[in-house]
Design a protein around this ligand. Sequence first.
Ligand code: SF4
Length: 306
Amino acid sequence: MKPTDISAPDYFHKVVDCQWACPAHTPVPEYIRLIAEGRYSDAYMINWRSNVFPGILGRTCDRPCEPACRRGRVEEKPVAICRLKRVAADFKDDIKHRLPRPSAKNGKRIALIGGGPASLTVARDLAPLGYHCTVFDSDAKTGGMMRSQIPKFRLPDQVIDEETDYILNLGIEFKGGQRVDSLKKLLSENYDAIFVGSGAPRGRELDVPGRKEAAQHIHIGIDWLASVSFGHTDKIGRRVIVLGGGNTAMDCCRTARRLGGEDVKVIVRSGFEEMKASPWEKEDALHEDIPIFNFMVPIAFTHADG
Ligand code: SF4
């Protein structure tokens, strides 16, 4: 048997299941201990270093750490790791003086395409090392899909503003309202490196009979959420059907409820357990009186009487 290699940091990380399951390997036990001592700012800073957006993630993370939590083996539910991150964010004091300072420039220029979490994280790590970072986004404000797709009742703008400002204040140049259409053109501007963090902003189409005829009454999930987020859409019909069983579908049905949908239903091809949406997202939809119908396959859109 091969001896265990304890010189590799992964060995110790794996001992803490929740920390290992977190894609950012956030030191979960450490910050929860600090919260227990009432040291919210310290707990926040531990999170900030590892996952960059603790206030945002404390509201929206898909929390792969929680199914890994060992308390889940002996209690009915795991420790509420995600929500505790929000506790640290909401109860902390002013932490601005604890953030890195903009440092002397090293002469290297980096262009970052997209103003969402990927580019902002790269900029956060490079700016304190002296790199001049310029972030481009087609939207006027930073945040990317965090701002445009996650409904405001789950993630208010103030939380996004606060945590993206921590990063912008490191001396990062933000060019809002500037969509990058040509990498060739950007390359000709003599950046030393270009980071593409544009995400995957395209929803799923459902091409079944009647799609074109009823197009005016059919919306693609992420586009519709963005339209609500930017204030272009502020109402919806009385009866709404949401097709799909992922987290976007859960955001759509709950948003439709808030925009006047009285009879909102979710239709899903798979069974309830197999749905892609996280269990707590499904629970929230059900609590808002939105029924979920499983094992139903859409075969056509029909549109009658207006
Ligand atoms: S809530 Fe998200 S960011 Fe926080 S520890 Fe869990 S997986 Fe990591």
